[in-house]
Design a protein around this ligand. Structure first.
Ligand code: FES
Length: 362
C-alpha cells in the first residue's frame, strides 16, 4: 500500500492555557510545561514535516501564544513553505505580537469565541474579561491583514445565540465561521451531561445554518459540525485515521489524533527518538487503523467505507470499550439506539453542572 504524506501537522505547542473551558478537548492527562519540546526541537519537527510534503501547520494548544518562541516557529514554518494557521483564544494577543506574527509569515487565525454574550461566554471559559480581549484580538488580526475564522463552540448553554454569533463574526470581518458543536472527548466527555443540546435545539440550529448559507453566499463561509450523537453517519474523523493529519503533543509524542492516547494497546513514538516520516509510515499506532483492512463487518461492506473511514476510533473506544468496533454514532451500528438514548438523557439532565478545566487537573 502506498502511504501518501499527511496534508497537515497539528503542532500542540503547549497544554498551558489561561482559560478553563468546560468542553476542553485536550486529554485528561496534560503534558506538564517542563516536558515541552524546545524551539530547536520544534524547528526540526517543522523541517521534517516540510521534507515529507506536509502543506499546512496548525499551531495550537492549550494556548499556543503562551510560547515566547511562537514568532520564531511561525517564521521557520513559513520559510519552509508551510501554510501557517494559529488556533487561539486570543486573550494573550497584543497589537505588537500580532504584527510580529504577521511579519513572521502567519497566514490565518482561528479565534475561539464562547458566546455572543460576554458574561455567558466568560462563565463557560472561566476567564473574566476574556470577551473584550477577544473582540480586541479580532480587530488586531484583521487590521494586520490576516485571514480570520470565528470558531464558535456550541452546546446547550449557547445554542440559542447562534444567530447572534454569526452576526458578530460578520461584523468582526471573519471570512469563515465554524459553528462546531462540542465533540465529546477529553474534558468535554467528562461534562457531556451538562453540555448536550436537545434534538429540537439541533433541528432549529441546522435549519438556521442552511438558510444562512444561502443568504450569506459571498459574504461568509459557514462550516457546521453537529453533535455526533445525533448524526445519521459518523464524521470522517481526522479525514480518516493516519490519512491526512498527524498530531505532535507538547512533549513530542506523535499521535494520529489528539485523543488517541485513550485507546489501550497503541504505541506512540516520540520525535525525540524516531524520524517523523518513519513514524508516519511505520509507527504501530498509525498502522493500527489505517485504510480499510482493520474494519469490522458492517464497515467493510458499507458503500460509505471511503467517505467516513469508519468514523472515530476514540469514540468507538469511549462508547463501546473497543476502538475496533463500528463507531456507534453510525445509524448502522447495532449500538446506535443506545447512543440516541444517552444524548436525550444528557440533554434532559438539568441538574448537571459543568466542571471547569484547569491545567492542574489529572
Ligand atoms: Fe481519535 Fe476521532 S478523535 S479518531
Amino acid at each position: 500500500m502506498t502511504i501518501e504524506p499527511p496534508l497537515a501537522l497539528l503542532a500542540e505547542l503547549t497544554h498551558r492555557c489561561p482559560l478553563r473551558c468546560v468542553y476542553c478537548s485536550n486529554p485528561l492527562a496534560l503534558d506538564p510545561s517542563g516536558s515541552e519540546l524546545d524551539e530547536a526541537a520544534w524547528k526540526s519537527v517543522l523541517d521534517q514535516a516540510a521534507d515529507m510534503g506536509v502543506l499546512q501547520v496548525h499551531f495550537s494548544g492549550g494556548e499556543p501564544t503562551s510560547r515566547k518562541d511562537l514568532e520564531a516557529l511561525v517564521a521557520h514554518a513559513d520559510g519552509r513553505g508551510l501554510y501557517v494557521n494559529l488556533i487561539t483564544s486570543g486573550v494573550m494577543l497584543t497589537e505588537k505580537r500580532v504584527a510580529a506574527l504577521a511579519e513572521a509569515g502567519l497566514a490565518h487565525v482561528q479565534l475561539g469565541f464562547q458566546d455572543s454574550d460576554a458574561a455567558r461566554g466568560e462563565a463557560i471559559s472561566g476567564y473574566k474579561g476574556g470577551h473584550e480581549k477577544k473582540l480586541a484580538a479580532a480587530a488586531m488580526i484583521t487590521g494586520a491583514g490576516l485571514a480570520l475564522t470565528f470558531n464558535a463552540v456550541i452546546h446547550r448553554h449557547n445554542v440559542a445565540r447562534v444567530p447572534e454569533m454569526l452576526d458578530m463574526a460578520i461584523a468582526l470581518g471573519a471570512q469563515r465561521i465554524e459553528i462546531a458543536n462540542v465533540q465529546y472527548y477529553g474534558w468535554g466527555l467528562h461534562n457531556r451531561a451538562s453540555l448536550m443540546p436537545t434534538r429540537d435545539d439541533l433541528d432549529r440550529m441546522t435549519a438556521f445554518v442552511e438558510e444562512s448559507r444561502e443568504r450569506l453566499k459571498g459574504i461568509i463561509v459557514i462550516d457546521y459540525v453537529i453533535p455526533d450523537y445525533y448524526a445519521s453517519y459518523p464524521k470522517s474523523c481526522m479525514g480518516g485515521w493516519a490519512r491526512r493529519f498527524m498530531n505532535v503533543t507538547p512533549a513530542g509524542k506523535v499521535l494520529p489524533c489528539h485523543a488517541a492516547e485513550t485507546i489501550p494497546g497503541l504505541e506512540f513514538d516520540n520525535v525525540k527518538d524516531r524520524p517523523l516520516a518513519d513514524i508516519w509510515q511505520n509507527g504501530q499506532a498509525f498502522g493500527k487503523y489505517r485504510a480499510t483492512e482493520w474494519m469490522p463487518e458492517g464497515c467493510r461492506d458499507c458503500d460509505r467505507q471511503k467517505i467516513d473511514w469508519g468514523g472515530c476510533r476514540c469514540q468507538a473506544m469511549a462508547l463501546t470499550g473497543d476502538a475496533a468496533n463500528m463507531d456507534p454514532v453510525c445509524s448502522k451500528s447495532p449500538l446506535n439506539a443506545g447512543i440516541r438514548e444517552i444524548a436525550e438523557a444528557d440533554a434532559a439532565d438539568e441538574a448537571a453542572d459543568p466542571v471547569y478545566r484547569t491545567f492542574q487537573h489529572p
